[in-house]
Design a protein around this ligand. Structure first.
Ligand SMILES: Nc1nc2c(c(=O)[nH]1)N[C@H]1C(S)=C(S)[C@@H](COP(=O)(O)O)O[C@H]1N2
Ligand SMILES: [Mo]
Length: 310
């Protein structure tokens, strides 16, 4: 009896230990490289990127999981459903990618991804991404400040805005066979917004090159603006003198303005922007002005009516 009792007790202890240990094992597996290798998450041969952690601009909020970040996306070139970009990820062909920097510059550039990795010091920037549909995620981006690239191109004094263009590949990108948007996807920033240290060119996330569905191999991240400003799979950056046209503004000017700063006080015509749902959470959060980045960016809009320039 005593022996049996002890055994039971021992079993219980063992079970409890095993249980705790199992949780550690699962946590280990979730952060282990081989899980990240599964084809829908990171399908690239070349994976890790060298980077230094940024402390100045990063949020210390809990990051979303790699699974959330790679399976709930907007990337209309790969379809309009949230899961389509993951499902169609391999339709984005990224081999021999070239990034052009041109327009009103003294020194036009043609770069490949290797040039960017080699010549720009990469940092991990943990930024919130807040979508116009009122959901948000926290993502550990790997990137460098866009201002470095712009400085290298030596803009002329007539350059006032920056225009961005995504890949055009109607043969392979299923979303480009329909006219949901006027392809290629286009975005734009005012030059001071593009030069702001928060604005980054991202080449990766969670320490590795970007998954296709997140805008491989080169995308923009502008954390104080609605997600659609963070244009993916960029092939061209042009310095220009006039406010450039942008895809969503062309498609529906009353819904999507040029500035598109996150602003809980200005509603989208079809819904409020006061609250947001962090992916993975149930209760909604209050949306912060400029997505919580006001102290870094509000000075750029101090004499503007943000209801008019939405
Ligand atoms: N080229 C391109 N870039 C794009 C989009 C797109 O459809 N095409 N969608 C935008 C939108 S609406 C959002 S919210 C973010 C989503 O980025 P994520 O999927 O990496 O989270 O990408 C933006 N960049
Ligand atoms: Mo979005």
């Amino acid at each position: 009896m005593i022996r049996k009792y002890n055994l039971d007790k021992e079993n219980k202890v063992t079970d409890q230990r095993l249980f705790t240990r199992r949780r550690e094992i699962i946590a280990g597996i979730l952060s282990a490289p081989f899980v990240l290798n599964s084809p829908n998450l990171f399908a690239k041969e070349e994976k890790y990127l060298p980077f230094k952690k940024d402390m100045e601009f990063s949020t210390n909020e809990q990051t979303n999981t790699i699974k959330q970040i790679t399976s709930y996306n907007n990337f209309y070139e790969l379809g309009s459903g949230k899961r389509d970009p993951m499902i169609n990820a391999d339709k984005l062909i990224t081999e021999n990618w070239k990034l052009i920097v041109d327009g009103l510059v003294e020194n036009p550039l043609t770069l490949d991804v290797e040039d960017l990795i080699k010549n720009y010091a990469l940092e991990e920037r943990i930024y919130r991404l807040r979508c116009v549909e009122a959901w948000s995620m926290v993502i550990p981006w790997i990137g460098f400040e866009l201002n470095q690239l712009i400085k290298k191109s030596r803009p002329l004094s007539s350059a006032k805005y920056v225009a961005f263009e995504s890949i055009l590949d109607k043969d392979n990108l299923p979303g480009q066979r329909r006219n949901t948007l006027n392809w290629p996807y286009r975005e734009g920033l005012r030059l001071d917004e593009a030069m702001n240290p928060l604005t980054i060119i991202s080449l990766g996330l969670y320490g590795r090159v970007l998954p296709n569905q997140n805008g491989s191999p080169i995308r923009l991240v502008v954390p104080w603006k609605y997600g659609f400003k963070s244009i993916k799979s960029i092939v061209k950056i042009s310095l220009v003198s006039e406010e450039p046209r942008t895809s969503w503004n062309e498609q529906s000017p009353s819904e999507y303005g040029f500035y598109s700063n996150v602003n809980p006080n200005v509603s989208h015509p079809r819904w409020s922007q006061k609250r947001e749902r962090r992916i993975g959470e149930f209760r909604k959060r209050d949306t912060e002005m400029f997505n919580g980045y006001a102290k870094f960016v509000s000075y750029m809009y101090s004499n503007m009516d943000l209801k008019k320039f939405f």
